[in-house]
Write a protein that binds this ligand. Structure first.
Ligand code: PLP
Length: 388
């Protein structure tokens, strides 16, 4: 039988019904599960049965969320976690040991950068950053103790795109694991495993929830790797709550619809903004002027919901623009039904030096718009009235 399409799987893959024959899967708010006999409990602990034991390990709601995401990303297995950072930290901590080295793209999520630069050195795990515009440089950074190549694409907030097929080839040639944070694209727009990634990570807090309600994360990939991450997580406890898993599972039912609209709105706004003279540049993966346009259209089904642009007036112009917005809210979040604006230089990236900001593509006047699901003309109008 032909595999079901993305849209159908996102809706029809469900946890089996309980004896009540409910149509919508209920929330299993229970910390533990009971066994009929001591022998049943022994078998569960000995991994001889897949009975639920304790919700720090697994729960029907987290199971449902994981099984849907596996289908959507084309992964063998997965582990859900309390947040995107829990997914990133748990995966890396489970797979790395003291003395190991990791190569990452230079522009990664701020907290991921802090793990690499502040916490990993405490455990003697080192890192090198490669230049996104020149992934050829990865090979020169590989050392005897390198274990992992880690990347995000599109990157936050520079919206650069990295060729997954190209980096995956390098990883395979050198026997390294490739981990991809697929938060900005979601499996609807891009499936990194298809291009050879070993592990895909999501902050489900963003587009997967899509409505700014819950925190969540997930790690997906090959069975043997996921098993190691699962066993580490089950002991250290970054587990996803059953309620949040239930919300996220429901959210997946509308992911394709939402992503189509995010992409349509974002492309419309980016294309219109390109003609404004007060802007130094506008960046969106599906604009022909984007330096990585050809890579984006090769590996993504749409450009995603994030548009960035830089105001010629720099830092002060950036802050002024934010204050002039009427409908669009100022917030660090993204991937919401509501359009959100962020000025990275004065907020998420204010602790970086000017030089560090420039090296990851953050100009002083850079604005990141997480384009929501409102009417695209209403969003555009609010942005235009706030421009100098
Ligand atoms: C938000 C984000 C994270 C962290 O996710 P949380 O759910 O906030 O912990 C990781 N990577 C990217 C690209 C993000 O945007």
């Amino acid at each position: 039988m032909k595999d079901k399409s993305f849209e159908t799987q996102a809706i029809r893959q469900q946890h089996e019904r309980s004896h009540n024959n409910e149509h919508s899967v209920p929330v299993y708010l229970t910390s533990s599960f009971v066994f009929d006999t001591a022998e049943d409990m022994r078998a569960a602990f000995a991994d001889e049965s897949d009975a639920f034991i304790y919700s720090r390990y697994t729960n029907p709601n987290t199971d449902e969320f994981v099984s849907k995401m596996c289908l959507l990303e084309g992964a063998e297995a997965g582990v859900a976690s309390a947040s995107g950072m829990a997914a990133i930290y748990t995966s890396l901590a489970a797979l790395l040991k003291s003395g190991d080295h990791i190569i990452s793209c230079s522009s990664v999520f701020g907290a991921t950068h802090t793990i690499f630069t502040k916490y990993f050195p405490k455990w003697n795990i080192s890192h090198s950053y490669f230049n996104i515009n020149n992934p050829d440089t990865i090979v020169a950074l590989i050392k005897g103790n390198t274990k992992i190549i880690y990347l995000e694409t599109p990157t936050n907030p520079a919206i650069e795109v990295i060729d997954l097929e190209f980096v995956s080839k390098i990883a395979k040639q050198h026997n390294l694991l490739l981990i991809v944070d697929n938060c900005f694209a979601t499996p609807f727009l891009q499936q990194p495993i298809k291009y050879g990634a070993d592990i895909v990570i999501h902050s489900a807090t963003k587009y997967i929830d899509g409505q700014g309600r819950v925190l969540g994360g997930i790690v997906l990939g090959k069975k043997e790797l996921i098993k190691e991450i699962y066993l580490f997580g089950r002991i250290t406890g970054p587990s996803l709550s059953p309620f949040n898993a239930w919300v996220l599972s429901k959210s997946l039912e509308t992911l394709s619809l939402r992503m189509e609209r995010h992409c349509e709105n974002a492309l419309h706004i980016a294309a219109k903004l390109e003609s404004y003279s007060s802007l130094e540049f506008v960046k969106y993966p599906f604009l022909k002027s984007h330096p990585h346009y050809s890579i984006a259209i090769k590996q993504m089904k749409g450009g995603g919901g994030i548009v960035t642009f830089s105001l010629k007036g720099g830092f002060e112009a950036g802050k002024k623009f934010m204050d002039k917005l009427k409908m669009i809210k100022i917030s660090p979040n993204l991937g919401d039904a509501r359009t959100i604006a962020t000025h990275p230089a004065s907020s998420t990236h204010c602790k970086l030096s000017l030089e560090e900001r420039n090296s990851v593509g953050i100009t002083e006047g850079l604005i990141r718009i997480s384009v929501g699901l409102e009417n695209k003309e209403d969003i555009l109008q609010d942005i235009l009235q706030a421009l100098p």
